[in-house]
Design a protein around this ligand. Structure first.
Ligand SMILES: Nc1nc2c(ncn2[C@@H]2O[C@H](COP(=O)(O)OP(=O)(O)O)[C@@H](O)[C@H]2O)c(=O)[nH]1
Ligand SMILES: [Mg+2]
Length: 301
C-alpha cells in the first residue's frame, strides 16, 4: 500500500440505466473479466468492486445493477437498493449512457446522482455504433446543457476505444488518501462468487428469453483434486418444475452444453483446470421472498 504524499484513492460508482455497458466498462478498465455481461437487461444483481491501481492513484470502481424507476419484484427492488447504496458511498460517479440516444431513464439516473451531490463524468458508450462520428455532436450538445459534468468522454467499452482518457479524469476527482488495497488485488469478491456468476452468465446466454427470471446459482463444493484440478459443484435454483425442464433440455443436452461453456470460461478466468458438476433444483417462489437471495449466494452487504 502506498503512503506517498499526493496519492489519491477513492470510490467511483458506475451508474446508468440497464444495458448501457456498465459491466463491460468495468471489465475493460480492469483488463480482466470480473462482472458478467449479457445482452439482457438486469444481468448484474449486486455491487461488484473492481480495484484499479495506477501510479499515483487507486480507484475503487463499483459496478452496479442498472437503476430503474418503478417498484417491480422484490429482486428488482433489492437491485435498486444495491445501486443506491453504492451511489451513497461514492466520491464520484461515472454515468454510463448510450452514445446513440439520451432517454428519460438516463435523466432519472442523473437526478439520483445530482441528489447525492457527486461529481459526475458522463461516459457516452457504444460510440462504435454511431456512424458517422458527426452524429454524436447534437447529443453531446444536448447532454452538456443538462448538468455541469466534470467531463464528457465518448468511449467504446467493447472495443477499448478512448478508455485511456477516462483514467486521468477519474483520478483528478479522488481525495488524497493512501491506497486501501494491495496493488495486485483486483476485487474483494471470492473466486467462488465469480464462479457462480460465470455459470449464471452462461445460463443467461444460452437460454435468453426462456430463462426463468429468478434463476440463481449456489456453489456447494469447492475442492482441489489430487490431480491439480478444481472440483466445483453448483446448484441452479429455479422457481418451477417446468423451468427445471427448460434448463435441462431434452436428454439433458442443454444443461450439458451450458456446463461445458461455463467450464471453459472458468478455466480461462480462474487460470486453472476446473471440473464442474451442476444440478437444477426447484424452490418455489423464492423471488417473491426477500430473505432468500441472501441464502443463495447473494451476499447482501
Ligand atoms: N456495440 C457495443 N456494444 C457494447 C458496448 N459495451 C457494451 N456493449 C454490449 O451491451 C450489452 C450490455 O452490456 P453490459 O455490460 O452487460 O451492460 P450493463 O447492463 O450496463 O452492465 C452487451 O451485449 C454488451 O456486449 C460497446 O462499447 N459497443
Ligand atoms: Mg451489468
Amino acid at each position: 500500500m502506498s503512503e506517498r504524499a499526493g496519492f489519491r484513492c477513492g470510490s467511483v460508482v458506475i451508474a446508468g440505466r440497464p444495458n448501457v455497458g456498465k459491466s463491460t466498462l468495468l471489465n475493460a478498465l480492469l483488463g480482466q473479466k470480473l462482472s458478467i455481461v449479457t445482452p439482457r437487461a438486469q444481468t448484474t444483481r449486486q455491487r461488484i468492486l473492481g480495484v484499479l491501481t495506477r501510479p499515483g492513484c487507486q480507484v475503487l470502481l463499483f459496478d452496479t445493477p442498472g437503476l430503474h424507476e418503478g417498484r417491480g419484484r422484490p429482486l428488482n427492488q433489492a437491485m435498486n437498493r444495491e445501486a443506491l447504496a453504492a451511489i451513497a458511498g461514492a466520491d464520484a460517479a461515472l454515468l454510463v449512457a448510450d452514445a446513440a440516444r439520451w432517454t428519460e431513464a438516463d435523466e432519472a439516473v442523473l437526478a439520483r446522482l445530482q441528489a447525492a451531490a457527486l461529481p459526475v463524468v458522463l461516459v457516452l458508450n457504444k460510440v462504435d455504433r454511431v456512424r458517422p462520428r458527426e452524429r454524436l455532436l447534437p447529443l453531446l450538445q444536448d447532454v452538456a446543457g443538462r448538468h455541469g459534468f466534470a467531463a464528457i468522454v465518448p468511449v467504446s467499452a467493447l472495443r477499448g476505444d478512448n478508455l485511456e482518457r477516462l483514467l486521468p479524469v477519474i483520478g483528478a476527482l479522488l481525495p488524497e488518501s493512501a491506497a486501501l488495497f494491495p496493488a495486485d488485488q483486483i476485487t474483494d469478491r471470492s473466486e467462488r462468487f465469480l464462479a457462480g456468476e460465470i455459470l449464471r452468465e452462461q445460463l443467461m446466454l444460452a437460454l435468453r428469453e426462456e430463462l426463468p427470471y429468478g434463476v440463481a446459482v449456489q456453489i456447494e463444493r469447492w475442492e482441489e483434486l489430487p490431480d491439480g484440478r478444481l472440483a466445483i459443484d453448483a446448484l441452479i435454483w429455479v422457481e418451477r418444475e417446468s423451468q427445471r425442464r427448460i434448463v435441462i433440455g431434452a436428454g439433458g443436452e442443454r444443461l450439458k452444453a451450458i456446463g461445458r461453456s461455463a467450464r471453459l470460461e472458468l478455466n480461462r478466468v480462474l487460470g486453472r483446470r476446473v471440473h464442474l458438476a451442476t444440478w437444477v433444483r426447484v424452490r418455489e417462489g423464492w423471488t417473491g421472498d426477500d430473505r432468500l437471495p441472501g441464502q443463495l449466494g447473494f451476499e447482501v452487504r
